[in-house]
Design a protein around this ligand. Structure first.
Ligand code: GLN
Length: 548
């Protein structure tokens, strides 16, 4: 154990989906404000080795770190709230742990012992948590255990936390994020599910030190006292966490119940400075003030998914737009448009005129592709600001190739391997991986530099010569067509240092006010207090378009 390092374990009670990730990120923000360096860790109990092989409409966005690790969307919340670039040490899944232990067993790493969940899996979890703390140079690790108390899947992680606490009673605390329902027919807030969740946690040998009580409404004194008595904690350690409109207000709200001081008390720490969340507070206050909208449409393949799953699947894109909109003093209004509608009825494309800007986000496969291409063409021909992210950029290249460069039938080999003009192709190393069905963790992943061309939208936006952005894709602009595309008017304003990979495409300002696509995912680097330059430029162009 690194000396003086403190550990906060965050565990869910009652049910999932009540904002444990945002609560964890918010506590981190508050502790940062009090002068501590924090190290957030997310634990996902599933057996996938990483999140890369999961369907985002079922499991939420796949977030990508600088290193290229594909992980849970909560990691994006941590990065946005804490303004940190996290490392692989901040993430673990059951799959990673088991794979490591089993691989070690296969190479006789346990020297003839019988390898079992207890102690070997538990010890590997503890080793990783301590290793993360050691390598982080932080003062406090905040570890969010995925799932809810009572799940079978996360028991091993709770057990690891229990033993860590047993070994270091002064340095480890537990926080339960619970939920208090207010059934409509009663109109009264019920504490019983929380009591039961705490009892269940107690049965594992763990007592929470603090309970964050999520609910539709704030907790009254009576409820706080009831939870305190039944769950054996002081009433002050029951934190009221009512629903609010913006997640960015959560740290401000938590502080109303003095959660920062309480955590530090429990950890036997003194604040290192008077809370300094001034910039964050100003940002959260601005969100409430903005009135005039900026209307952004996101055109994608949305089938049988509700708005709820969509906002989870594209959370970083949404947050990047919102952050830049707030920054421009505007209220972000985001509309999902189903690309498939434009395949069925191209007349519907006219609805795009209602928006100030259009985004085509990342994606895979052929569904909705022709509709997206039609939307991109409409944006280009009607001079509506357009921003393509990864697949959105590839489809913009295809659109331009087909309709301007005269390459009829141009396509990506991902969708049409027999296209006469494979303007989006696959590199030989990627091809080999696909032949072996080696899909997990093998895309082009993580941060790669792009050199920015002078006098372009990209260069002006970044105000720098190099952009370093995160990638997650297999296909690339085919080098064989770069010449033809450039001749037809495409400007590749961001290119890999070896000149081979096209990272940003744009059209000159004289032909279009803002038509830009990135092979990378800029949304992963957008932070509330450091909005992304390309999203800023896009929102600015959208507002100018609106004025016209
Ligand atoms: N499907 C495309 C590729 O693999 C784009 C991926 C993405 O949008 N993340 O290259």
């Amino acid at each position: 154990m690194p000396k003086n390092h403190k550990y906060i374990f965050v565990i869910g009670g009652v049910m999932s989906g009540v904002g444990k990730g945002v609560a964890t990120a918010s506590m981190g923000k508050i502790l940062q404000g009090k002068g501590f360096r924090v190290n957030p860790i997310k634990i996902d109990p599933y057996l996938n080795v990483d999140a890369g092989t999961m369907n985002p409409t079922e499991h939420g966005e796949v977030f990508v770190l600088d290193s290229g690790l594909e992980c849970d969307q909560d990691m994006g919340n941590y990065e946005r709230f804490l303004d940190m670039d996290l490392t692989d040490e901040s993430y673990m899944t059951s799959g990673m742990i088991y794979k490591h232990v089993i691989d070690r067993e296969r190479s006789l790493g346990y020297r003839g012992k019988c390898v079992e969940a207890i102690p070997h899996i538990r010890d590997e979890i503890m080793r990783r948590i301590v290793h993360s703390a050691e390598t982080s140079a932080a003062d406090i690790s905040i570890i969010e255990i995925g799932g809810t108390v009572g799940d079978y899947q996360n028991i091993m992680f709770i057990e690891a936390a229990r033993v860590l606490h047993l070994q270091n009673p002064d340095d480890v605390i537990f926080i339960m994020v619970s939920y208090l329902p207010i059934p409509h027919m009663m109109g009264e807030m019920k504490t019983r599910p929380t009591q039961n969740a705490v009892r269940q946690l107690n049965s594992y040998g763990v007592q929470p030190d603090i309970i964050i009580a999520r609910s539709e409404a704030p907790l009254d004194k009576k409820r706080k006292e009831k939870i305190a008595v039944s769950c054996s904690i002081p009433p002050a350690n029951v934190i009221s966490a009512p629903d609010i409109t913006s997640i960015y207000e959560v740290p401000v709200n938590f502080e109303k119940d003095r959660i920062g001081e309480i955590i530090l008390d429990e950890l036997r720490l003194k604040p290192r400075r008077a809370s300094d969340l001034a910039r964050w507070r100003a940002f959260a206050a601005k969100i409430k003030r903005v009135e005039k909208p900026v209307r952004i449409a996101i055109v994608g393949k949305y089938f049988d998914t509700g708005d709820f799953t969509l906002s989870d699947s594209y959370i970083s894109v949404i947050e990047a737009i919102k952050i830049s909109a707030y920054n421009a003093g505007r209220k972000p209004s985001i509309t999902w448009l189903n690309a498939f509608d434009y395949e069925k009825d191209p007349r519907r494309l006219r609805e795009l005129k209602k928006y100030d800007g259009i985004i085509v986000p990342g994606g895979f496969g052929e569904r909705g592709v022709e509709g997206k291409i039609r939307a991109i063409r409409f944006a280009r021909e009607n001079k509506i600001p357009f921003f393509g992210l990864c697949y959105g950029m590839q489809l913009a290249v295809i659109e331009y190739a087909r309709h301007v460069a005269g390459l009829k039938g141009a396509h990506t080999v991902e969708v049409d391997p027999a296209t006469p003009y494979p303007v989006i192709g696959i590199m030989p190393d990627q091809k080999k991986l696909l032949e072996r069905e080696a899909y997990g963790g093998t895309m082009r992943l993580g941060v790669c530099p792009a050199l920015l061309k002078k006098k372009t939208i990209a260069r002006k936006a970044y105000g720098a010569v190099v952009a370093r952005e995160r990638h997650r894709h297999r296909y690339e602009v085919n080098p064989e067509y770069i010449g033809a595309l450039e001749k037809a008017g495409v400007v590749f304003s961001g290119v890999s240092p070896d000149g081979k990979l096209m990272e940003i495409m744009e059209l000159p300002l004289r032909t279009h006010p803002f038509f830009l696509g990135t092979q990378f995912h800029p949304e992963f680097h957008a932070r509330p207090l450091r909005p992304h330059p390309l999203f800023n430029a896009f929102v600015k162009a959208a507002l100018e378009h609106k004025r016209r």
